[in-house]
Design a protein around this ligand. Structure first.
Ligand code: BMP
Length: 452
């Protein structure tokens, strides 16, 4: 059998314990949250768990085994199968009809029943369960629990004469996880305070300012973008989803002074011509001091993306300071974007998007580790080493009836700690795009300052 530590690390992969900030049923804020039910969905782990539990018990003492419903039912069943201790089932509520029995299965008065529980906290629920078993003439002397949250439960039960065997304590788990680099010293401290019965302070995570970010970013394009933000006192990226070269140039001319970047979808320009469309745009960008961001959302294998980036009608690699790319093709698919800062699509703003928490977590891992990536598009906070670009921003509307969902600049800076807002129709569809760009610029900048 694997060591207890190796076994725990395996179970940890099933997300049975989460660290952060959780409000418990009691209303208390806890720095960790435990849910062992996923263990039962992995037969190999459940079997190993049963053997680890049996290993710490004086098995000769028991005639029966019983799990506290519901989480411990599969655990007790697995332990019964591994040890041949006969299983009895305790109901959560007595049957309303028929026998009205609380305990199901075959048992005799006077037999000693081992009680299995998943997590012990205060011990109160065990103290309510035990008499229901004892009332049937059975004896309970020992309780085995998978995880002791160390919040007085063990002491309470021992004071009533029961022996409590625990496979893991939260202190042991913290030790294992901090040894493995999966838990910071801060978090360990907070948990220690919490276990002492103290109310713990959850520091409001401080966002980094643009000045601080300039010091930490490695890519020349992220540095340039942050410098522009400070110089122009703007975090606004205008999305130029217009259909003609003329409209594109007009928009760039009017909003140019207020933005740090102009985001384009070049493939929607109906009269696109490299010389006529792009060369004047590049001039406009230089004159008004903004970057060009092509929202191409590459989503292919590396070799194809390399061609899409550098060849074809648009020759994006020639002119785009920034490009967007999905990370669906994996880490290596991003290797060829040499001339532009890559903004990874981590989460989308549209309703029903498939970019759920698990996808975002995996996408973020790629984005953080790839040297070409400077940030991500998302509707959720990102690690501070990535710049966060948030589209779906509009001061007047909540959605467009086509799935787009809008938030305000206040929301995205305060709650997501966004770095840049992307505004499309809020600007180019307004009667006065220049005035609208100025409003968004000011709203974005003030919201950024407030979020510091
Ligand atoms: P608008 O503000 O008009 O809704 O435009 C938003 C722009 O941002 C569009 O160009 C869209 O392609 C882009 N975008 C988005 O809206 N949500 C995302 O999740 C990713 C995007 O790139």
């Amino acid at each position: 059998m694997e060591s207890k530590k190796a076994f725990f690390l395996q179970t940890y992969e099933l997300d049975i314990i989460k660290f952060g900030r959780f409000t418990l049923k009691s209303g208390i804020e806890s720095p960790f949250y435990v849910d062992l039910r996923p263990l039962a969905s992995d037969p190999k782990i459940l079997k190993q768990l049963a053997n680890h539990m049996l290993d710490i018990l004086p098995l000769d003492n028991f005639d029966l085994i019983c799990g506290v419903p519901y989480a411990a039912l599969p655990m007790a069943t697995a332990m019964s199968l591994e040890s041949y201790l006969p299983l009895i089932i305790k109901r959560k509520e007595a049957k309303a009809h028929g026998t009205k029995k609380m305990i199901e299965g075959i048992y005799h008065k006077g037999q000693n029943c081992l009680l299995v529980e998943d997590v012990i906290t205060s011990g109160q629920s065990l103290l309510e369960t035990i008499p229901e078993i004892e009332d049937q003439g059975l004896k309970v002397s020992d309780i085995v629990v998978v995880l002791d949250r160390e919040q007085g439960g063990r002491e309470l039960l021992e004071s009533k004469g029961y022996r409590v065997h625990t496979l893991f304590t939260i202190t042991e788990i913290c030790k294992i996880l901090s040894e493995e680099g999966k838990l910071s010293q801060d978090e360990v401290e907070r948990i220690r305070e919490f276990l002492k019965g103290n109310t713990v302070e959850f520091a409001k995570s401080q966002r980094l300012s643009y000045e601080q970010k300039i010091e930490t970013v490695g890519h020349s394009k992220s540095k340039k973008l942050l410098e522009l933000a400070l110089e122009k006192q703007s975090n606004l990226i205008a999305s130029a989803d217009v259909l003609t070269t003329k409209e594109l140039h007009e928009l760039a001319e009017r909003v140019g002074p207020h933005i740090v970047a102009l985001k384009t979808h070049m493939d929607i320009i109906t009269d696109f011509d490299y010389d006529q469309t792009l060369l004047p745009l590049i001039d406009l960008a230089a004159r008004h001091n903004f970057l060009l961001m092509e929202d191409r959302k590459f989503a292919d294998i590396g070799s194809t993306q390399e061609l899409q980036y550098s060849q074809g009608t648009y020759k994006i690699s020639n002119w785009a300071d920034l490009i967007t790319a999905q990370v669906i093709g994996g880490y290596q698919s991003l290797d060829f974007f040499h001339n532009s800062g890559v903004i990874a699509i981590i989460g989308m703003s549209s309703s029903g998007t498939l970019t759920d928490a698990q996808y975002r977590e995996e996408a973020t891992k790629i984005a953080v580790s790839h040297p070409n990536v400077i940030g991500g598009v998302s509707q959720h906070a990102l690690p501070s080493e990535l710049l966060l670009f948030t589209p779906g921003v509009n001061l007047e509307s909540k959605g467009d009836g086509k799935g787009q969902q809008y938030n305000t600049p206040e929301h995205v800076f305060k709650n997501l700690q966004s770095d840049f807002i992307i505004v499309g129709r809020g600007i180019f569809k307004s009667d006065n795009p220049e005035k609208a760009a100025l409003s968004y610029k000011m709203a974005g900048w003030n919201a950024y300052l407030e979020s510091l």
